[in-house]
Design a protein around this ligand. Structure first.
Ligand SMILES: [Zn+2]
Length: 561
Protein backbone atom coordinates (compact mmCIF):
# COMPACT_ATOMS: atom_id res chain seq x y z
CA UNK A 1 0.00 0.00 0.00
CA UNK A 2 1.48 3.32 -1.01
CA UNK A 3 0.61 6.86 0.04
CA UNK A 4 2.06 8.72 -2.87
CA UNK A 5 -1.20 9.52 -4.64
CA UNK A 6 -3.46 9.63 -1.59
CA UNK A 7 -5.13 12.93 -0.87
CA UNK A 8 -4.76 13.08 2.89
CA UNK A 9 -5.91 15.68 5.39
CA UNK A 10 -5.18 16.20 9.08
CA UNK A 11 -5.60 12.97 11.08
CA UNK A 12 -8.61 12.46 13.40
CA UNK A 13 -8.37 12.51 17.20
CA UNK A 14 -6.39 9.49 18.37
CA UNK A 15 -8.24 7.10 20.69
CA UNK A 16 -6.47 6.61 24.03
CA UNK A 17 -5.73 2.96 23.25
CA UNK A 18 -3.93 3.93 20.03
CA UNK A 19 -0.33 4.82 19.18
CA UNK A 20 0.27 7.43 16.49
CA UNK A 21 3.47 7.36 14.40
CA UNK A 22 4.43 10.59 12.63
CA UNK A 23 7.58 10.43 10.50
CA UNK A 24 9.01 13.94 10.08
CA UNK A 25 12.13 12.89 8.20
CA UNK A 26 14.05 9.97 6.72
CA UNK A 27 11.17 8.50 4.71
CA UNK A 28 11.77 9.40 1.09
CA UNK A 29 15.33 10.56 1.65
CA UNK A 30 18.59 9.36 3.22
CA UNK A 31 18.98 11.70 6.18
CA UNK A 32 17.20 13.93 8.78
CA UNK A 33 15.72 10.91 10.48
CA UNK A 34 13.02 11.80 12.97
CA UNK A 35 9.86 10.05 14.10
CA UNK A 36 7.30 11.33 16.60
CA UNK A 37 5.19 8.88 18.60
CA UNK A 38 1.97 9.95 20.31
CA UNK A 39 0.06 8.10 23.01
CA UNK A 40 -2.55 9.44 25.46
CA UNK A 41 -1.71 13.01 24.52
CA UNK A 42 2.02 12.61 25.17
CA UNK A 43 4.85 12.62 22.64
CA UNK A 44 8.10 10.71 22.30
CA UNK A 45 10.67 11.44 19.61
CA UNK A 46 13.09 8.90 18.18
CA UNK A 47 16.10 10.57 16.50
CA UNK A 48 16.35 14.13 15.28
CA UNK A 49 18.87 14.41 12.47
CA UNK A 50 19.95 16.61 9.59
CA UNK A 51 20.01 16.06 5.84
CA UNK A 52 22.90 17.35 3.77
CA UNK A 53 21.98 19.50 0.77
CA UNK A 54 22.47 18.48 -2.84
CA UNK A 55 23.81 20.47 -5.78
CA UNK A 56 20.32 21.77 -6.56
CA UNK A 57 20.04 23.41 -3.12
CA UNK A 58 22.79 26.03 -3.44
CA UNK A 59 23.90 28.00 -0.40
CA UNK A 60 22.27 25.64 2.10
CA UNK A 61 24.33 24.27 5.02
CA UNK A 62 21.95 21.57 6.23
CA UNK A 63 18.27 20.67 6.06
CA UNK A 64 16.24 20.07 9.23
CA UNK A 65 12.98 18.23 9.88
CA UNK A 66 9.94 20.49 10.11
CA UNK A 67 9.04 21.08 13.80
CA UNK A 68 5.75 22.89 12.98
CA UNK A 69 3.46 20.23 14.42
CA UNK A 70 5.44 20.24 17.69
CA UNK A 71 5.40 24.01 18.29
CA UNK A 72 2.08 24.08 20.20
CA UNK A 73 2.89 20.85 21.99
CA UNK A 74 6.47 21.26 23.18
CA UNK A 75 5.38 20.60 26.79
CA UNK A 76 3.87 17.24 25.77
CA UNK A 77 7.27 15.89 24.66
CA UNK A 78 8.44 13.33 27.21
CA UNK A 79 11.89 12.72 25.71
CA UNK A 80 14.07 12.51 22.64
CA UNK A 81 15.54 9.01 22.23
CA UNK A 82 18.65 8.64 20.07
CA UNK A 83 19.50 5.37 18.33
CA UNK A 84 23.12 6.36 17.55
CA UNK A 85 25.46 9.30 17.08
CA UNK A 86 25.43 9.90 13.32
CA UNK A 87 24.66 13.44 12.13
CA UNK A 88 21.55 12.29 10.29
CA UNK A 89 20.18 11.07 13.65
CA UNK A 90 21.41 13.69 16.15
CA UNK A 91 22.30 16.78 14.08
CA UNK A 92 18.96 18.59 14.51
CA UNK A 93 18.69 18.05 18.29
CA UNK A 94 20.25 21.48 19.08
CA UNK A 95 17.61 23.17 16.92
CA UNK A 96 14.77 21.40 18.74
CA UNK A 97 16.33 22.19 22.12
CA UNK A 98 16.39 25.85 21.13
CA UNK A 99 12.58 25.64 21.12
CA UNK A 100 12.44 23.90 24.51
CA UNK A 101 15.73 23.53 26.32
CA UNK A 102 14.86 20.99 29.04
CA UNK A 103 13.62 18.06 26.95
CA UNK A 104 15.37 14.95 28.33
CA UNK A 105 17.64 13.27 25.76
CA UNK A 106 18.05 9.51 26.15
CA UNK A 107 20.90 7.64 24.48
CA UNK A 108 23.98 5.46 24.83
CA UNK A 109 27.28 6.81 26.16
CA UNK A 110 29.09 7.61 22.89
CA UNK A 111 25.94 9.00 21.26
CA UNK A 112 25.43 11.45 24.12
CA UNK A 113 29.13 12.37 24.18
CA UNK A 114 29.02 13.31 20.48
CA UNK A 115 25.81 15.27 21.10
CA UNK A 116 27.31 17.03 24.15
CA UNK A 117 30.11 18.45 21.97
CA UNK A 118 27.47 19.74 19.57
CA UNK A 119 25.36 21.33 22.32
CA UNK A 120 28.46 23.10 23.65
CA UNK A 121 29.03 24.67 20.23
CA UNK A 122 25.43 25.91 20.27
CA UNK A 123 25.82 27.03 23.93
CA UNK A 124 22.95 24.80 25.06
CA UNK A 125 22.75 23.00 28.39
CA UNK A 126 22.10 19.29 28.52
CA UNK A 127 19.52 17.11 30.21
CA UNK A 128 20.85 13.65 29.41
CA UNK A 129 19.74 10.18 30.45
CA UNK A 130 22.43 7.61 29.63
CA UNK A 131 21.22 4.09 28.90
CA UNK A 132 22.79 0.78 27.93
CA UNK A 133 21.65 -2.14 25.85
CA UNK A 134 19.47 -4.54 27.85
CA UNK A 135 18.03 -1.73 29.96
CA UNK A 136 14.33 -0.99 30.26
CA UNK A 137 12.98 2.37 31.31
CA UNK A 138 9.59 4.04 31.65
CA UNK A 139 9.18 7.56 30.35
CA UNK A 140 5.68 8.77 31.18
CA UNK A 141 3.23 6.63 29.18
CA UNK A 142 6.05 5.08 27.14
CA UNK A 143 7.93 1.95 28.17
CA UNK A 144 11.31 1.72 26.43
CA UNK A 145 13.73 -1.18 26.03
CA UNK A 146 17.16 -0.69 24.49
CA UNK A 147 18.68 -3.40 22.31
CA UNK A 148 22.25 -3.58 20.98
CA UNK A 149 22.62 -3.25 17.22
CA UNK A 150 25.74 -3.17 15.12
CA UNK A 151 26.37 -0.25 12.74
CA UNK A 152 29.19 1.93 11.36
CA UNK A 153 29.49 3.75 14.69
CA UNK A 154 29.73 2.12 18.14
CA UNK A 155 26.84 2.05 20.64
CA UNK A 156 23.93 1.70 18.17
CA UNK A 157 20.59 0.88 19.80
CA UNK A 158 17.29 -0.48 18.54
CA UNK A 159 14.28 0.66 20.55
CA UNK A 160 11.39 -1.53 21.69
CA UNK A 161 8.48 0.74 22.55
CA UNK A 162 5.64 -0.66 24.65
CA UNK A 163 2.38 1.19 25.14
CA UNK A 164 -1.22 0.14 25.66
CA UNK A 165 -1.43 0.04 21.86
CA UNK A 166 1.07 -2.79 21.68
CA UNK A 167 4.73 -3.49 21.05
CA UNK A 168 6.70 -1.57 18.45
CA UNK A 169 10.27 -2.30 17.41
CA UNK A 170 12.43 0.37 15.74
CA UNK A 171 15.82 -0.90 14.53
CA UNK A 172 17.48 2.47 13.94
CA UNK A 173 20.39 2.03 11.50
CA UNK A 174 21.80 -1.46 11.80
CA UNK A 175 23.54 -4.40 10.20
CA UNK A 176 24.40 -7.89 11.36
CA UNK A 177 28.21 -8.01 11.27
CA UNK A 178 29.05 -11.40 12.83
CA UNK A 179 32.65 -10.40 13.60
CA UNK A 180 32.46 -6.79 14.83
CA UNK A 181 35.64 -5.23 16.18
CA UNK A 182 34.04 -4.51 19.56
CA UNK A 183 32.34 -7.95 19.69
CA UNK A 184 29.01 -6.17 20.18
CA UNK A 185 26.59 -8.11 17.97
CA UNK A 186 23.10 -7.11 16.92
CA UNK A 187 21.07 -8.78 19.66
CA UNK A 188 18.97 -11.20 17.63
CA UNK A 189 18.17 -13.03 20.87
CA UNK A 190 16.31 -9.95 22.05
CA UNK A 191 14.56 -9.66 18.67
CA UNK A 192 13.40 -13.28 19.05
CA UNK A 193 12.22 -12.69 22.62
CA UNK A 194 10.16 -9.69 21.46
CA UNK A 195 8.72 -11.87 18.70
CA UNK A 196 7.45 -14.28 21.37
CA UNK A 197 5.67 -11.37 23.02
CA UNK A 198 4.31 -10.31 19.59
CA UNK A 199 5.69 -7.34 17.64
CA UNK A 200 2.71 -5.31 16.44
CA UNK A 201 4.68 -2.85 14.34
CA UNK A 202 8.23 -3.17 12.99
CA UNK A 203 10.11 -0.10 11.73
CA UNK A 204 13.28 -1.17 9.99
CA UNK A 205 16.27 0.33 8.17
CA UNK A 206 15.77 0.35 4.38
CA UNK A 207 19.07 1.92 3.26
CA UNK A 208 20.50 -1.30 1.76
CA UNK A 209 17.25 -3.15 1.06
CA UNK A 210 18.05 -3.18 -2.68
CA UNK A 211 21.47 -4.76 -2.13
CA UNK A 212 21.27 -8.56 -2.38
CA UNK A 213 22.96 -10.87 0.11
CA UNK A 214 24.78 -9.86 3.26
CA UNK A 215 26.89 -6.86 4.20
CA UNK A 216 30.57 -7.77 4.53
CA UNK A 217 32.22 -7.67 7.95
CA UNK A 218 34.13 -4.54 8.92
CA UNK A 219 37.28 -6.52 9.63
CA UNK A 220 37.37 -7.79 6.03
CA UNK A 221 38.84 -4.49 4.87
CA UNK A 222 41.87 -5.06 7.13
CA UNK A 223 43.99 -6.71 4.39
CA UNK A 224 43.43 -3.81 1.95
CA UNK A 225 44.47 -1.29 4.60
CA UNK A 226 47.53 -3.43 5.36
CA UNK A 227 48.51 -3.47 1.68
CA UNK A 228 48.41 0.33 1.60
CA UNK A 229 50.70 0.49 4.62
CA UNK A 230 53.07 -2.15 3.24
CA UNK A 231 53.49 -0.56 -0.16
CA UNK A 232 53.35 3.21 0.38
CA UNK A 233 56.78 4.82 -0.06
CA UNK A 234 55.91 8.15 1.54
CA UNK A 235 53.09 9.71 3.53
CA UNK A 236 49.72 8.00 3.99
CA UNK A 237 46.65 10.19 4.21
CA UNK A 238 43.44 8.45 5.26
CA UNK A 239 40.07 10.06 4.91
CA UNK A 240 36.99 8.68 6.64
CA UNK A 241 33.86 9.80 8.45
CA UNK A 242 34.79 11.50 11.71
CA UNK A 243 32.49 9.12 13.58
CA UNK A 244 33.65 5.80 12.13
CA UNK A 245 35.55 4.68 15.23
CA UNK A 246 36.10 1.09 14.07
CA UNK A 247 37.38 2.10 10.64
CA UNK A 248 39.85 4.47 12.27
CA UNK A 249 40.78 1.78 14.79
CA UNK A 250 41.88 -0.42 11.90
CA UNK A 251 44.03 2.40 10.51
CA UNK A 252 45.56 2.97 13.94
CA UNK A 253 46.32 -0.74 14.32
CA UNK A 254 48.03 -0.73 10.91
CA UNK A 255 50.03 2.36 11.88
CA UNK A 256 51.27 0.60 15.02
CA UNK A 257 52.18 -2.52 13.06
CA UNK A 258 54.05 -0.58 10.37
CA UNK A 259 55.70 1.80 12.77
CA UNK A 260 54.14 5.08 11.70
CA UNK A 261 52.93 7.99 13.87
CA UNK A 262 49.42 9.34 13.47
CA UNK A 263 48.03 12.88 13.33
CA UNK A 264 44.31 13.72 13.28
CA UNK A 265 43.41 16.59 10.96
CA UNK A 266 40.14 18.53 10.80
CA UNK A 267 38.03 19.92 13.64
CA UNK A 268 35.38 17.17 13.82
CA UNK A 269 37.99 14.39 13.45
CA UNK A 270 40.17 15.77 16.27
CA UNK A 271 37.15 16.33 18.51
CA UNK A 272 35.39 12.99 17.93
CA UNK A 273 38.52 10.85 18.16
CA UNK A 274 39.43 12.68 21.37
CA UNK A 275 36.03 11.76 22.80
CA UNK A 276 36.20 8.15 21.53
CA UNK A 277 39.68 7.68 23.01
CA UNK A 278 38.76 9.21 26.35
CA UNK A 279 35.68 6.97 26.68
CA UNK A 280 37.62 3.85 25.66
CA UNK A 281 35.92 3.20 22.31
CA UNK A 282 39.14 3.90 20.39
CA UNK A 283 42.24 2.10 21.63
CA UNK A 284 45.30 4.22 21.02
CA UNK A 285 48.75 3.27 22.38
CA UNK A 286 50.70 5.98 24.21
CA UNK A 287 52.90 8.26 22.09
CA UNK A 288 51.29 7.18 18.83
CA UNK A 289 49.42 10.43 18.20
CA UNK A 290 51.43 13.50 17.29
CA UNK A 291 50.35 16.98 16.33
CA UNK A 292 50.85 18.50 12.89
CA UNK A 293 53.92 20.47 13.94
CA UNK A 294 55.74 17.35 15.13
CA UNK A 295 54.58 15.44 12.08
CA UNK A 296 56.08 17.97 9.68
CA UNK A 297 59.51 17.35 11.17
CA UNK A 298 59.22 13.58 10.73
CA UNK A 299 60.22 11.46 7.76
CA UNK A 300 57.43 10.99 5.22
CA UNK A 301 57.45 7.18 5.46
CA UNK A 302 56.90 7.35 9.23
CA UNK A 303 53.60 9.22 9.27
CA UNK A 304 49.85 8.82 8.72
CA UNK A 305 47.32 11.62 8.62
CA UNK A 306 43.69 10.84 9.37
CA UNK A 307 41.40 13.53 8.09
CA UNK A 308 37.84 14.47 7.15
CA UNK A 309 36.54 15.22 3.69
CA UNK A 310 35.82 11.74 2.31
CA UNK A 311 32.63 13.09 0.69
CA UNK A 312 34.43 15.85 -1.19
CA UNK A 313 33.19 18.57 1.21
CA UNK A 314 34.88 21.71 -0.13
CA UNK A 315 36.00 23.08 3.24
CA UNK A 316 37.35 19.80 4.62
CA UNK A 317 41.06 18.99 4.83
CA UNK A 318 41.15 16.59 1.89
CA UNK A 319 39.58 19.02 -0.61
CA UNK A 320 41.97 21.71 0.51
CA UNK A 321 44.90 19.31 -0.02
CA UNK A 322 43.61 18.54 -3.52
CA UNK A 323 43.52 22.29 -4.22
CA UNK A 324 46.96 22.93 -2.63
CA UNK A 325 45.31 25.15 -0.03
CA UNK A 326 46.46 23.03 2.93
CA UNK A 327 49.81 23.03 4.74
CA UNK A 328 50.20 19.39 3.70
CA UNK A 329 51.42 19.64 0.12
CA UNK A 330 50.56 16.37 -1.62
CA UNK A 331 53.30 15.09 -3.89
CA UNK A 332 54.72 12.15 -5.83
CA UNK A 333 54.76 8.98 -3.73
CA UNK A 334 52.06 10.01 -1.25
CA UNK A 335 49.14 7.63 -0.85
CA UNK A 336 45.60 8.79 -0.15
CA UNK A 337 43.18 6.20 1.21
CA UNK A 338 39.48 7.06 0.98
CA UNK A 339 38.13 4.59 3.51
CA UNK A 340 34.54 5.57 3.10
CA UNK A 341 31.33 5.22 1.15
CA UNK A 342 30.34 7.32 -1.81
CA UNK A 343 27.06 8.89 -0.78
CA UNK A 344 24.80 9.40 -3.81
CA UNK A 345 24.79 13.04 -4.80
CA UNK A 346 28.41 13.55 -3.74
CA UNK A 347 29.99 11.71 -6.67
CA UNK A 348 31.07 14.79 -8.62
CA UNK A 349 32.73 16.42 -5.62
CA UNK A 350 34.54 13.21 -4.66
CA UNK A 351 35.87 12.57 -8.17
CA UNK A 352 37.00 16.20 -8.33
CA UNK A 353 39.05 15.61 -5.16
CA UNK A 354 40.45 12.29 -6.45
CA UNK A 355 41.47 13.97 -9.72
CA UNK A 356 43.07 16.87 -7.85
CA UNK A 357 45.11 14.56 -5.62
CA UNK A 358 46.16 12.35 -8.53
CA UNK A 359 47.31 15.38 -10.49
CA UNK A 360 49.78 16.22 -7.70
CA UNK A 361 51.19 12.73 -7.97
CA UNK A 362 49.34 10.89 -5.20
CA UNK A 363 48.23 7.30 -5.48
CA UNK A 364 44.54 7.34 -4.50
CA UNK A 365 43.07 4.11 -3.11
CA UNK A 366 39.27 4.11 -2.87
CA UNK A 367 36.33 1.70 -2.89
CA UNK A 368 36.39 1.72 -6.69
CA UNK A 369 39.88 0.16 -6.86
CA UNK A 370 40.34 -1.68 -3.55
CA UNK A 371 38.23 -3.22 -0.79
CA UNK A 372 38.54 -0.32 1.60
CA UNK A 373 34.92 0.19 2.56
CA UNK A 374 31.96 -1.85 3.76
CA UNK A 375 28.48 -0.51 4.40
CA UNK A 376 26.99 0.12 7.83
CA UNK A 377 23.54 -1.09 6.83
CA UNK A 378 21.85 -4.48 6.60
CA UNK A 379 21.46 -5.85 3.07
CA UNK A 380 18.40 -7.73 1.81
CA UNK A 381 19.60 -11.06 3.26
CA UNK A 382 19.93 -9.67 6.77
CA UNK A 383 16.58 -7.88 6.52
CA UNK A 384 14.86 -11.12 5.48
CA UNK A 385 16.46 -12.86 8.47
CA UNK A 386 15.12 -10.14 10.73
CA UNK A 387 11.58 -10.39 9.40
CA UNK A 388 11.65 -14.14 9.96
CA UNK A 389 12.91 -13.70 13.52
CA UNK A 390 10.71 -10.75 14.53
CA UNK A 391 7.55 -12.05 12.77
CA UNK A 392 5.85 -8.64 12.87
CA UNK A 393 2.12 -8.18 12.28
CA UNK A 394 2.55 -4.74 10.69
CA UNK A 395 5.60 -3.26 8.95
CA UNK A 396 6.66 0.28 8.14
CA UNK A 397 10.03 0.55 6.34
CA UNK A 398 12.07 3.60 7.45
CA UNK A 399 15.35 5.34 6.51
CA UNK A 400 15.53 5.48 2.75
CA UNK A 401 14.50 6.94 -0.53
CA UNK A 402 11.27 5.70 -2.04
CA UNK A 403 13.00 2.85 -3.93
CA UNK A 404 14.68 1.63 -0.72
CA UNK A 405 11.39 1.69 1.23
CA UNK A 406 9.70 -0.21 -1.59
CA UNK A 407 12.42 -2.88 -1.74
CA UNK A 408 12.24 -3.32 2.03
CA UNK A 409 8.43 -3.61 1.88
CA UNK A 410 8.73 -6.33 -0.76
CA UNK A 411 11.07 -8.30 1.50
CA UNK A 412 8.51 -8.10 4.31
CA UNK A 413 5.80 -9.45 2.03
CA UNK A 414 8.10 -12.24 0.77
CA UNK A 415 8.64 -13.39 4.35
CA UNK A 416 4.88 -13.66 4.84
CA UNK A 417 3.71 -10.34 6.25
CA UNK A 418 0.26 -9.60 4.81
CA UNK A 419 0.55 -7.12 1.97
CA UNK A 420 -2.04 -4.68 3.30
CA UNK A 421 -0.15 -4.54 6.60
CA UNK A 422 3.05 -3.28 5.00
CA UNK A 423 2.85 0.50 4.83
CA UNK A 424 5.13 2.47 2.52
CA UNK A 425 4.88 5.91 3.97
CA UNK A 426 6.63 9.20 3.23
CA UNK A 427 7.48 12.10 5.54
CA UNK A 428 4.43 13.68 7.14
CA UNK A 429 2.09 10.73 6.56
CA UNK A 430 0.47 9.66 9.83
CA UNK A 431 0.09 6.00 10.80
CA UNK A 432 -2.08 4.90 13.72
CA UNK A 433 -1.67 1.56 15.47
CA UNK A 434 -5.06 0.70 16.95
CA UNK A 435 -6.24 -2.75 18.10
CA UNK A 436 -3.20 -4.42 16.53
CA UNK A 437 -3.69 -2.91 13.12
CA UNK A 438 -1.56 -0.14 11.58
CA UNK A 439 -3.24 2.15 9.08
CA UNK A 440 -2.71 5.48 7.39
CA UNK A 441 -4.95 8.17 8.89
CA UNK A 442 -3.73 11.51 7.62
CA UNK A 443 -0.96 13.87 6.76
CA UNK A 444 0.79 16.69 8.62
CA UNK A 445 3.24 19.36 7.51
CA UNK A 446 6.77 17.98 7.00
CA UNK A 447 8.58 20.44 4.76
CA UNK A 448 12.30 20.89 4.25
CA UNK A 449 13.60 23.48 6.72
CA UNK A 450 16.77 25.02 5.32
CA UNK A 451 19.64 26.27 7.46
CA UNK A 452 21.24 29.04 5.44
CA UNK A 453 24.25 30.48 7.25
CA UNK A 454 22.84 31.73 10.55
CA UNK A 455 19.22 31.74 9.34
CA UNK A 456 16.95 28.78 10.12
CA UNK A 457 13.83 28.32 8.03
CA UNK A 458 14.13 31.65 6.22
CA UNK A 459 14.97 30.13 2.84
CA UNK A 460 12.00 28.40 1.23
CA UNK A 461 11.63 26.04 -1.70
CA UNK A 462 10.75 29.18 -3.73
CA UNK A 463 14.11 30.69 -2.76
CA UNK A 464 15.84 27.50 -3.98
CA UNK A 465 13.99 27.84 -7.27
CA UNK A 466 15.23 31.45 -7.54
CA UNK A 467 18.82 30.37 -6.83
CA UNK A 468 18.65 27.63 -9.46
CA UNK A 469 17.34 30.14 -11.99
CA UNK A 470 20.06 32.61 -11.07
CA UNK A 471 22.65 29.91 -11.63
CA UNK A 472 21.20 28.78 -14.96
CA UNK A 473 19.88 31.93 -16.57
CA UNK A 474 21.15 34.91 -14.57
CA UNK A 475 19.17 37.94 -13.59
CA UNK A 476 17.71 41.02 -15.26
CA UNK A 477 16.64 44.17 -13.45
CA UNK A 478 14.25 46.55 -15.20
CA UNK A 479 14.37 50.16 -14.00
CA UNK A 480 11.64 52.68 -14.88
CA UNK A 481 10.62 56.18 -13.81
CA UNK A 482 6.89 56.92 -13.82
CA UNK A 483 5.42 60.38 -14.20
CA UNK A 484 2.56 60.11 -11.71
CA UNK A 485 0.60 62.94 -13.34
CA UNK A 486 0.57 61.61 -16.89
CA UNK A 487 0.77 57.90 -16.06
CA UNK A 488 3.56 57.59 -18.64
CA UNK A 489 7.24 56.72 -18.30
CA UNK A 490 9.46 59.80 -17.99
CA UNK A 491 12.19 58.11 -20.01
CA UNK A 492 12.80 54.69 -21.61
CA UNK A 493 13.34 51.83 -19.12
CA UNK A 494 16.87 50.65 -18.37
CA UNK A 495 17.97 47.01 -18.21
CA UNK A 496 20.71 45.70 -15.93
CA UNK A 497 21.72 42.11 -16.60
CA UNK A 498 24.02 39.78 -14.61
CA UNK A 499 24.89 36.30 -15.83
CA UNK A 500 22.56 36.75 -18.78
CA UNK A 501 24.27 37.30 -22.11
CA UNK A 502 23.91 41.00 -22.79
CA UNK A 503 23.58 42.21 -26.37
CA UNK A 504 21.74 45.04 -28.03
CA UNK A 505 19.29 42.81 -29.77
CA UNK A 506 17.42 41.55 -26.71
CA UNK A 507 17.45 45.02 -25.14
CA UNK A 508 15.73 46.42 -28.22
CA UNK A 509 13.22 43.57 -28.18
CA UNK A 510 12.49 43.89 -24.48
CA UNK A 511 12.10 47.65 -24.78
CA UNK A 512 9.43 47.04 -27.41
CA UNK A 513 7.66 44.59 -25.10
CA UNK A 514 7.60 47.21 -22.32
CA UNK A 515 6.29 49.91 -24.68
CA UNK A 516 3.55 47.59 -25.84
CA UNK A 517 2.62 46.70 -22.24
CA UNK A 518 2.47 50.41 -21.30
CA UNK A 519 0.14 51.13 -24.20
CA UNK A 520 -2.24 48.35 -23.22
CA UNK A 521 -2.14 49.37 -19.56
CA UNK A 522 -2.79 53.04 -20.28
CA UNK A 523 -5.70 52.24 -22.51
CA UNK A 524 -7.47 50.50 -19.62
CA UNK A 525 -6.71 52.84 -16.72
CA UNK A 526 -4.05 54.94 -15.06
CA UNK A 527 -1.45 52.76 -13.46
CA UNK A 528 0.77 53.07 -10.38
CA UNK A 529 4.39 51.99 -9.84
CA UNK A 530 3.66 48.66 -8.13
CA UNK A 531 1.26 47.59 -10.88
CA UNK A 532 3.81 48.50 -13.53
CA UNK A 533 6.52 46.45 -11.77
CA UNK A 534 4.32 43.33 -11.95
CA UNK A 535 3.39 44.07 -15.52
CA UNK A 536 7.00 44.57 -16.68
CA UNK A 537 8.21 41.42 -14.94
CA UNK A 538 5.48 39.20 -16.32
CA UNK A 539 5.53 40.48 -19.89
CA UNK A 540 9.33 40.40 -20.24
CA UNK A 541 9.45 36.91 -18.60
CA UNK A 542 6.92 35.55 -21.08
CA UNK A 543 8.75 37.13 -24.00
CA UNK A 544 12.17 35.80 -22.82
CA UNK A 545 10.74 32.32 -22.52
CA UNK A 546 9.16 32.48 -25.98
CA UNK A 547 12.06 34.10 -27.81
CA UNK A 548 15.16 32.70 -26.04
CA UNK A 549 13.84 29.68 -24.11
CA UNK A 550 15.38 31.21 -20.98
CA UNK A 551 13.91 32.15 -17.58
CA UNK A 552 16.24 34.67 -15.99
CA UNK A 553 15.15 36.00 -12.62
CA UNK A 554 13.50 39.32 -13.51
CA UNK A 555 13.00 42.12 -11.01
CA UNK A 556 11.32 45.40 -11.94
CA UNK A 557 11.70 48.63 -10.01
CA UNK A 558 9.47 51.57 -10.95
CA UNK A 559 9.82 54.81 -9.01
CA UNK A 560 7.31 57.65 -9.09
CA UNK A 561 8.70 61.02 -10.09
ZN1 LIG B 1 23.77 5.77 10.98
Amino acid sequence: MSTHDLDLSAPPVLPSRGLRIIPLGGLGEIGRNMTVFEHKGKLLIIDCGVLFPEDNQPGINVILPDFSILRDRLQDIEAIVLTHGHEDHIGAVPYLLKERGDIPVIGAKLTLAFLAAKLQEHRLSQNFVEVKEGERRTVGVFDLEFIAVNHSIPDGLAIALRTEAGLLLHTGDFKMDQFPLDKRLTDLGAFARLAEEGVDLFLTDSTNAEVPGFTTAEKDIGPAIDTVFRTSPRRIIVSSFASHVHRIQQVIDAAVKHNRKVAFVGRSMVRNMGIATELGYLKVPKNLIVDMKALERMKDDKVVLICTGSQGEPMAALSRMANREHIIKIGEGDTVLLASSLIPGNENSIYRVINGLTRWGANVVHKGNAKVHVSGHASAGELAYCYNIVKPTNVMPVHGEWRHLKANAELAVQTGVEEDRVLIVEDGVVVDLIDGRASITGRVQADYVFVDGMTVGGASEAAMEDRRRLAEDGTITILGILNAKTGLLSEPVEFLARGFVHDDEWVRGATKVIDEAMKVANRVKTVNGAELEDLFTSSVSRWMQRKYRRSPLITSVVVDA
